[in-house]
Write a protein that binds this ligand. Structure first.
Ligand code: ATP
Ligand code: MG
Length: 193
């Protein structure tokens, strides 16, 4: 088997040395969209001495009291993570509440993105409130476009709207080859949560 060499700069556009924030998207049906975004947030947080700015992860589909592995680990590090959702269900009166929470959560995230204080803002699972029509896509696009140039915004979730992919700099699609769940293996603590 031939092992691919790591990509060399020569294969890419000549680097400009410009430092700027990116719009990054993790989408697709395979596992790893959120966890890759958390890894990126940890990496960015580890360079705080370099950029001197904050890193924040917003989770659109998790409740504020969630205590998953990432919340526990981030707490130890001092990396901010905030759930913006409510144990969402398909009952219509709950749905009005979920939509309202998503909108007020988005206003918080937007304020942070626009504040100029952040090196990275992660919008984990934002595609779901967008797909459900709870958040205005145009406002998200306008915010991404108008954000301070040094702020990186990371968006995750399946079925990312094409309009976001069009303006993004780095887009990764996690492809489902296998998932343990399909073989009847239930969610594992520390892997799924
Ligand atoms: P992770 O949070 O593990 O990085 P993800 O963000 O890519 O996963 P989501 O679409 O947000 O995946 O789904 C979250 C949950 O669903 C996780 O518990 C994950 O293990 C599980 N999951 C992800 N992909 C699949 C799949 N293809 N089939 C079944 N369950 C899945
Ligand atoms: Mg996810």
């Amino acid at each position: 088997m031939q092992i691919e060499a790591a990509p060399t700069e020569a294969r890419y556009e000549k680097p400009t040395g410009e430092r700027r924030g990116l719009i990054m998207v993790n989408t697709g049906d395979g596992k790893g969209k959120s966890t890759a975004a958390f890894g990126l947030a940890v990496r960015a947080f580890g360079r705080t001495h370099h950029h001197g700015k904050k890193v924040k992860v917003f989770q659109f589909m998790k409740v504020p009291s969630a205590r998953f592995g990432e919340h526990r680990a981030f707490e130890t590090l001092g990396l901010e993570i905030e759930g913006l959702g409510d144990g969402f269900s398909w009952k219509s009166k709950d749905l009005d509440n979920s939509a309202e929470l998503a909108r007020s959560g988005w206003e918080k995230a937007k304020a942070d993105i626009m504040s100029g204080e952040f090196f990275m803002v992660t919008l984990d699972e934002i595609t779901y409130p967008l797909i459900y029509g709870w958040l205005p896509l145009q406002d998200v696009l306008d915010t991404l476009t108008a954000r301070p140039t040094d702020c990186t915004v990371v968006l995750t979730g399946r079925r990312c709207p094409q309009e976001i992919i069009d303006i993004a700099d780095t887009v990764t699609e996690m492809t489902l080859l296998k998932h343990a769940f399909k073989a009847g293996i239930p969610a594992q603590r520390g892997i799924e949560d």
